[in-house]
Design a protein around this ligand. Structure first.
Ligand SMILES: *Cc1c(COP(=O)(O)O)cnc(C)c1O
Length: 360
């Protein structure tokens, strides 16, 4: 068995320990004689899996009691629609557009009301986070929306925007559980699992209870109302059972690593190895303004498309895979999520040094 170092932006690397446990339990989950894939979502065994997953997530993030945790489907993309459908009571919302995912969310919200872009970093290919300390927030805005970590461009909000008292909604798909966060500062936090938590097919929504009401936009389908899922503990219909089970294992693994403070320290150490190298390299350079750098996604270029392609090819052959940048920006991107071991980053940097010497 040869495992590679997988720098994919998502679906992405998972802890090997979790994969091994899941493999060992594949045919017989804890004496049930069934795989988790085969059992009823209404069974006692699965009920414990989903309840434990929720409790472990609550413990990791210190989620206050007045927030619900929902395990849903449809990816981050369906949240682009569910958020306005459920929250746009005044039909006004303010969007901060820091990348392609925020832009898609903004465009989707325009279908349902007056969504405004109040700040953007598109002028410099989304390579920085704009100053959000004093934005023209609409008095009637139902919420202010951000994408907290921009997976494609490698930027991250280091301070949350000043929403002037309005509710904050955040897509945290690619920084979920990478460091502690103060849940009480947000109205809604959501993320697709496939970046930093588990397999594709699960999206986790953490939502303040007072926002879960029947007062949604007319015509909102039953399945797209947060209330439907909140009232039924994410079991209104068949949830993505196997995905939730793997997420639950990752939560337990994170607790074993020491929780999110420990993860943050580990992630900072990993990212510094790569950024420090990029900052002194004569061949490679990072594309993001220093104070906006993500701990999770690190884009870099050589400035020459042919050289980029040569690097990606040789890196792949050496066992460093999925380093190609997003098709919209080119170059390279190393996603170094929680489950990427520090050795993976050290070895990647050693390989980059060698490549630089050979191609000087
Ligand atoms: C990957 C990603 C998305 C899109 O996720 P889907 O699950 O494919 O809908 C949205 N937002 C962010 C921040 C992402 O990283």
């Amino acid at each position: 068995m040869a495992r590679v170092y997988n720098f994919s932006a998502g679906p992405a690397v998972l802890p090997e320990e979790v994969l091994k446990e899941a493999a060992a339990e594949m045919l017989d989950y804890q004496g049930s004689g069934q795989s988790v894939m085969e059992m009823s979502h209404r069974s006692k065994v699965f009920d414990k899996i989903i309840k434990d997953a929720e409790q472990d997530l609550r413990d990791l993030l210190n989620i206050p009691d007045n927030y619900k945790v929902l395990f849903l489907q449809g990816g981050a993309h369906l949240q682009f629609a569910m958020i306005p459908m459920n929250l746009m009571k005044n039909k006004v919302a303010d969007y901060i557009v820091t990348g392609q995912w925020a832009k898609r969310a903004f465009k989707e919200a325009q279908k349902f009301g007056d969504a405004k872009c109040i700040a953007s970093s598109e002028d410099k290919t989304f390579s920085y986070i704009p100053d959000c300390s004093d934005l023209p927030i609409d008095e009637n805005a139902d919420y202010v929306y951000i994408c907290e970590n921009n997976t494609i461009y490698g930027t991250k909000f280091k301070t949350l925007p000043n929403t002037k008292g309005k509710d904050l909604v955040a897509d945290v798909s690619s920084c979920f559980l990478s460091e502690p966060m103060d849940v009480s500062k947000y109205a809604v936090i959501y993320g697709g699992a496939q970046k930093n938590i588990g397999p594709a097919g699960v999206v986790i929504v953490i939502i303040r209870e007072d926002l879960i009401t029947e007062d949604v936009l007319p015509g909102t389908p039953t399945m797209l109302q947060y209330k439907t899922h909140a009232d039924n503990d994410s079991l209104y219909n068949t949830p993505p059972c196997y995905g939730i089970y793997i997420c639950g294992k990752v939560f337990k693994w994170l607790k074993k690593q020491g929780g999110l403070e420990a993860m943050k320290a580990y992630n900072e150490k990993k990212a510094a190895i790569l950024y420090d190298f990029l900052d002194q390299s004569k061949l490679f350079k990072g594309t993001v303004e220093k104070n906006s750098r993500s701990l999770m996604n690190v884009p870099f270029v050589t400035g020459d498309a042919d050289m980029d392609a040569k690097f990606i090819k040789e890196a792949t052959e050496a066992g460093f895979v999925n380093l190609k940048g997003h098709r919209s920006v080119g170059g390279m991107r190393a996603s170094i999520y929680n489950a990427m071991p520090i050795e993976g980053v050290e070895k990647l940097v050693a390989f980059m040094k060698k490549f630089e010497e050979e191609n000087a």
